[in-house]
Design a protein around this ligand. Structure first.
Ligand code: SF4
Length: 369
């Protein structure tokens, strides 16, 4: 099975903490970029040899496109999915949850909305420079009850001025509405962001690890009480509602990424990436640069992604990469003894109370490659 990712590199405003690839001044080349995306799809669809299981519009802000524009981008992929129902996700900003959009998105076959709620505190939303306010989220979630979309929301915790009461308000909102999936991210300070600049110049405090851990546990406990399964470090789903598209990234399946800055993977060892610049993408003839991952790099990625998930690292993929070397076997046994790793699901899983340290623990099993 394989997925298609379509990157829409446009946003209305620049959020304080965001380092994704997007532009806020795009009116003059909006149509040309969408044409280029359609051409890239036609030129590269042959790279996917497995049936398409998911289509994902990410960004940027794909919900700022008109339904006609989204429909034109879906025409190509839909020819390859036939009558099969595949997961089609649209990343949405709350201000775009209007009756007109929801009806049109449903008619296009979009069946999953990933909504960038982030917080229900208007002061924090202003601090983040988000374009929406809590009232937009409430209005949108009320409207959504008349539609059949699977609703996923994104939230951010560990923001300097954020209190536990703020996080609890957000968790209560999740309990009130039929939300099936939650992606919960700790705020991070990425280079090249306004947040980074403000922290460096002393205008904002450093992010507080203790606060972030406390918020993480609040989220985890509340969502588990509400019946969510914590299936990846940052992701929670009601039973049967896990994200197919992102799940396939973590399982190492193939995906084709279209648009500026998008990455692709062949499900084995070949990784490709497009230029992260809209003007250059528009001129592009060779669509991507590529690298072949060495066996050691594949091993490291297997642990890095697998230990972040509930299904863990399957034995068959360990065997396919030649199995453990002596020093790795020794390290694994030590981690099992320390109860950080469990033998489970015919493979190895990280104990849930160590998920926050997932990346550090996987690195202990890395190869130098
Ligand atoms: S809307 Fe999303 S992609 Fe755009 S700047 Fe904000 S966080 Fe980044």
């Amino acid at each position: 099975m394989a997925g298609i990712y379509i990157h829409i590199p446009f946003c209305r405003k620049k959020c304080t903490y965001c380092d994704f690839h997007f532009s806020t001044t795009f009116a003059s080349y909006r149509t040309a970029l969408l044409n280029q995306l359609r051409q890239e799809f036609q030129a590269r669809i042959h790279e996917l040899t497995a049936p398409i299981e998911s289509i994902y519009f990410g960004g940027g802000t794909p919900s700022l496109l008109s339904p006609e524009e989204l429909g034109s981008l879906l025409e190509g992929p839909k020819q390859y999915t036939g009558n099969q129902t595949v997961e089609i996700t649209l990343e949405v900003n709350p201000e775009d949850l209007t009756e007109t959009n929801l009806s049109a998105w449903q008619a296009l076959g979009i069946n999953r909305l990933s909504i960038g709620v982030q917080t229900m505190n208007d002061e924090l939303l202003a601090w983040m420079n988000r374009n929406h306010r809590a009232a937009d989220t409430r209005k949108g979630l009320n409207l959504l009850q008349q539609y059949a979309f699977l609703v996923s929301i994104d939230l951010i915790f560990g923001v300097p001025q954020q209190t536990e009461a703020d996080v609890e308000e957000l968790l209560a909102l999740i309990d009130t509405y039929p939300i099936a999936h939650v992606s919960a991210y700790a705020l991070t300070q990425e280079p090249q962001t306004l947040l980074h600049h403000r922290v460096k110049t002393g205008k904002e405090p450093q992010l507080n690890d203790e606060q972030q851990v406390a918020h993480y546990h609040l989220v985890e406990q509340a969502l588990s009480t509400q019946g969510f399964e914590h299936y990846e470090v940052s992701n929670y789903a009601k039973p049967g509602k896990r994200a197919v598209h992102n799940g396939n990234y973590w399982k190492g399946k193939a995906y084709l990424g279209l648009g500026p800055g998008a990455h692709s993977f062949d499900g084995k060892s070949r990784r490709r990436w497009n230029v992260s610049n809209n003007a250059q993408y528009l001129k592009q003839q060779d669509w991507y640069e590529e690298e072949m991952l060495s066996a050691d790099n594949q091993w490291n990625e297997l642990w890095l992604t697998g230990l972040r998930t509930q299904h863990g690292v399957p034995m068959e993929r360990i065997d396919a990469l030649g199995g453990f070397r002596t020093d790795e076997q020794r390290m694994l046994e030590a981690l099992i003894k320390q109860e950080k790793i469990h033998v489970q699901h015919n493979g190895y899983c990280l104990a849930q109370d160590h998920w926050l340290a997932a990346d550090g623990i996987s690195m202990q099993l890395f190869r130098a490659g």
